[in-house]
Design a protein around this ligand. Structure first.
Ligand SMILES: Cc1cc2nc3c(=O)[nH]c(=O)nc-3n(C[C@H](O)[C@H](O)[C@H](O)COP(=O)(O)OP(=O)(O)OC[C@H]3O[C@@H](n4cnc5c(N)ncnc54)[C@H](O)[C@@H]3O)c2cc1C
Ligand code: SF4
Length: 316
């Protein structure tokens, strides 16, 4: 591990200021992703700003009838919150489909949104990887690509975003709240938060350097049957090959976000109009323009079949 300095921020303002003042600084929350990456020297921050003392660990009702989830709310606490279980069951189920109990006890809402890809070549510092080292190449293209993305890919990167929670948040139309290093705040719709790889796959979100996430806000509940189905190689403790987060209303309309297939949570609102027609019609629009490799072409069929199972479950 490379040497780094460390401080514990005592306020949001102090954290933002510290980030602005030190080149190469990074925030650390639960540390379940960042520390692993530091040990492998994939991430080499010069300075760590520990945000765990910030008062960002509350889940509060918003005046609009939704919920404001503090950036430091642990995945376990979020999944078990009575209001989340009752009104945003999709979010609770997606969280519980991720990682393990011990990891969820540490992992935070902000850290989960910002966790990095599980592409094996990203973790192997002997291999070229444009995400780890810009302009070095992509070992996954032409390599083992069974786990990789089938849509929104580029010639520079075909990695997927690994978060389960983010899929639910995309279907629930969450908004990410932040503070910039200069103290100004902004609200970013989750649809715009994660980026596709393009020719800069190392830039994964629209966050500016040093911008601190303070919360994720959910609009008022939309009801419906809320289902999260994750298909993976093992029954637990594995990332999704394909996952579907769906909200299905009694009249058959609804929303669908898909995980395991793109560099960001994948949702195509125009495809949702076809939900009453069934999984095939929706999948055709959801995956229009898909560009799978020979090894992961099965994901296209898997999306349709998983969605079909979700719709059958919703119909009871
Ligand atoms: C073995 C294993 C299995 C896993 N399985 C799954 C799984 O199946 N599904 C799944 O979804 N996840 C899984 N995870 C990932 C886990 O959910 C993430 O590691 C976790 O959510 C990250 O949260 P954290 O608070 O520990 O983040 P950290 O590791 O502390 O930080 C992650 C990133 O977020 C940044 N950051 C943290 N807080 C803030 C903030 N407030 N503002 C701005 N930047 C911030 C950090 O600088 C860092 O870049 C797994 C992890 C492990 C180790
Ligand atoms: S798919 Fe992306 S993360 Fe994986 S090796 Fe290629 S550039 Fe790196």
């Amino acid at each position: 591990m490379k040497a780094f300095s460390y401080e514990r921020a005592s306020s949001v303002e102090a954290a933002a200021k510290a980030a602005a003042g030190t080149r190469g600084a990074k925030f650390i929350a639960g540390g379940t992703n960042l520390l692993d990456l530091m040990k492998l020297q994939i991430e080499t921050p010069t300075h760590l700003i520990d945000v765990n003392d910030l008062a960002l660990d509350k889940i509060e009702a918003t005046p609009e009838g939704g919920l404001r989830i503090g950036a430091l709310v642990r995945n376990t606490d979020l999944a078990s919150d009575e209001r989340v279980r009752r009104d945003y069951g999709l979010l609770s189920r997606a969280l519980l489909a991720g990682a393990s109990g011990q990891l969820r006890n540490k992992a935070t809402t902000a850290g989960n949104l910002l966790q990095r890809t599980r592409c094996p070549y990203f973790y192997d510092t002997n291999q070229p990887c444009n995400k780890r080292q810009p302009d070095s190449g992509c070992a996954a293209i032409g390599g083992f690509s069974r786990q990789h993305a089938v849509i929104g890919v580029s010639d520079a990167c075909i990695a997927t975003h690994p978060s389960d929670m983010a899929i639910a948040m995309r279907a629930l139309d969450a908004t990410v709240e932040t503070v910039r290093p200069d103290g100004t705040t902004r609200r970013i719709p989750i649809a715009d938060f994660h980026r596709l790889p393009g020719d800069t796959p190392h830039v994964e979100t629209v966050l500016e350097p040093g911008e601190l996430i303070t919360a994720a806000t959910l609009p008022k509940p939309v009801g419906g049957k809320q289902i999260y189905r994750k298909v993976r190689d093992r029954a637990s403790y594995a990332f999704a090959l394909v996952s579907i987060g769906a909200i299905v209303q009694p009249d058959g309309t609804g929303r669908v976000a898909v995980g395991g297939i793109a560099h960001k949570p994948w949702r195509v609102e125009a495809a949702e109009a076809d939900l009453p027609k069934g999984a095939k019609a929706v999948t055709e629009k959801l995956l229009a323009g898909a560009h799978p490799t020979e090894q992961n072409a099965f994901k296209v069929t898997l999306v349709e079949r998983t969605l079909s199972a979700v719709l059958a479950e919703a119909r009871g």
